[in-house]
Ligand binder design. Structure first.
Ligand code: PHE
Length: 473
């Protein structure tokens, strides 16, 4: 029997580190046996210490960042003036015109900044080597812009927007890329200034009244999404209200014109969510072309974050927005890799300040190759939602699709367009599992020859056999 998997969604998921409560598997505790993530990456560690922007990072058993990923570190496509990612960044900055715009100089942060400081539990799946890129046990490529919250508050900034590249190990398809961009935005106030919020909120509400906007918000404050104990509930309510008004107005700015062309109002939906560094927490969706599209995560900043930043007498809100997903939708860009192309046929289509519809140009033909293999005896795939890179059974390691994709990416880089599981099989007698993946190759900027693709496929095969202990069928 073979199993054909459903096609993947065409749009990037918002890639929030936690999912909203309503669909949530998220705060699921790790299996009792895994008290702390172990080093279970299947890629061999690099041999030379990492040198990034003049800094040397010694290697250890956590080092799992391949050179192909490090080569993206200084590309800064979010800062190229007429790149779609940058156009959106600028529109958000213009919208929050009194916020200070920040761009961190390096994507390397400490594990402490990315996770510990923000209250991520030690067994959170995002920490695993299958999900994140580590330079060593202490430093990593940030997985979200929230990694800069504490340091930005520490600078004494109350209103800031921070845009940056973030890195996550992931599958390969038209909507996932290991590097993408986020914008973090926050407003905090000295607690003795919070009495100004009702007036600010009334102004924002009056502006929103004039917009053709239908806001669906059935969220409540409850034990699963509470105000913070030490916050005066009246203050917490006003901060939450300000957060909602501010983001509704941003979303109207981004989508309003296009979405209301047919005379219908723009629909925005608020959903309760969970993030370790905000409460109450929300996710916001917009109704776009017949579907709810997840846009951002947000919430009232956990007081612990502000305490650590040395500003315990402040309170406010924060949001994190994924720029790729937004750009793909607003500019009609069909493939996330296009953001990285150097092809002038892409770049000449966009200009600063304008959201225009991408006109596809003829693409070079694709070429696919299948690869079937047996997992090592005694291993099985872990539950993909668990995200835990643990040992799943017997002596072998768990097979994790992200590890497989990482090897494919290291060999073929951007030439591989999608990696799709097309068949799975479990031997009725031995229970041994096999998988068949289809690797679809396409060059963004020229045709690929069959020999070239065969050579890549062979290299992938050699490496997965060697590094993952799997056996070709
Ligand atoms: N950093 C979160 C993520 O990437 C999003 C977020 C930012 C949520 C700020 C709340 C506040 O999943």
């Amino acid at each position: 029997m073979s199993v054909r998997l459903a096609p993947r969604a065409a749009l990037p998921s918002s890639r929030l580190l936690f999912r909203p409560i309503h669909t949530s598997l998220l705060a699921r505790p790790a299996p009792a046996s895994s008290s702390r993530f172990q080093s279970t990456s299947t890629s061999p560690p690099p041999r030379q210490p990492y040198v990034v922007n003049g800094q040397t990072y010694p290697l250890d058993e956590w080092s799992n960042t391949p050179p192909s990923i490090l080569s993206k570190v200084n590309r800064n496509i979010h800062l190229l003036p007429s790149h779609p990612i940058s156009i959106l960044r600028q529109i958000v900055q213009d919208h929050f015109s009194s916020h200070t715009a920040l761009t961190p100089s390096t994507p390397i942060v400490s594990v402490h900044q990315n996770f510990d400081e923000l209250g991520f539990p030690p067994d959170h799946p995002g920490r695993s080597l299958t999900d994140s890129y580590y330079l060593n046990r202490e430093y990593m490529l940030r997985t979200h812009t929230s990694a800069h919250e504490v340091e930005s508050y520490r600078r004494g900034l109350d209103k800031w927007l921070l845009s940056a590249d973030v890195y996550r190990r992931d599958e390969i398809d038209s909507s996932h890329y290991p590097v993408f961009h986020q914008m973090e935005g926050t407003s905090v106030w000295p607690i003795d200034q919070l009495h100004t919020l009702p007036e600010l909120n009334a102004q924002l509400a009056a502006q929103l009244e004039k917009c053709p906007l239908l806001i669906e918000d059935e969220t409540t404050i409850s034990p699963s999404n509470p105000y913070q104990k030490h916050h005066d509930p009246v203050h917490a309510e006003q901060i939450t209200r300000h957060l909602k008004h501010s983001l509704n107005s941003l979303i109207f700015r981004l989508f309003g014109q296009q979405a209301t062309k047919d005379g219908e109002p723009l629909r925005v939906r608020w959903i309760e969510a969970y993030f370790p560094f905000t409460t109450p927490s929300y996710e916001v969706e917009v109704w776009w072309e017949g579907e709810w599209l997840e846009l951002l995560g947000c919430g009232v900043v956990m007081q612990k974050t502000l305490d650590q930043a040395g500003v315990p007498d402040k309170a406010g809100w924060a949001f994190g927005l994924g720029l790729e997903r937004l750009s793909m939708v607003l500019f009609s860009i069909p493939d996330i890799r296009l953001f990285w192309t150097q092809d002038p046929r892409f770049h000449t289509q966009f200009s600063a300040g304008k959201i225009t519809t991408f006109k596809p140009y003829s693409r070079y033909p694709p070429c696919h190759k299948d690869m079937s293999f047996w997992l090592p005896p005694g291993t099985m795939s872990p539950d993909p939602d668990a995200g835990v890179a643990g040992v799943a059974g017997g002596k072998g390691r768990a097979f994790h699709e992200n590890d497989y994709c990482e090897i494919v990416r290291e060999v073929a880089g951007d030439l591989v367009e999608t990696v799709t599981l097309i068949d799975e099989f479990s031997h009725p007698k031995t229970s041994r599992q096999s998988k068949c993946y289809r690797l679809n190759y396409r060059h963004m900027d020229r045709s690929l020859s069959n020999e070239e693709v065969n050579e890549l496929q062979q290299k992938v095969q050699d490496r997965v056999v060697e590094e993952m202990g799997i056996e070709m069928r």
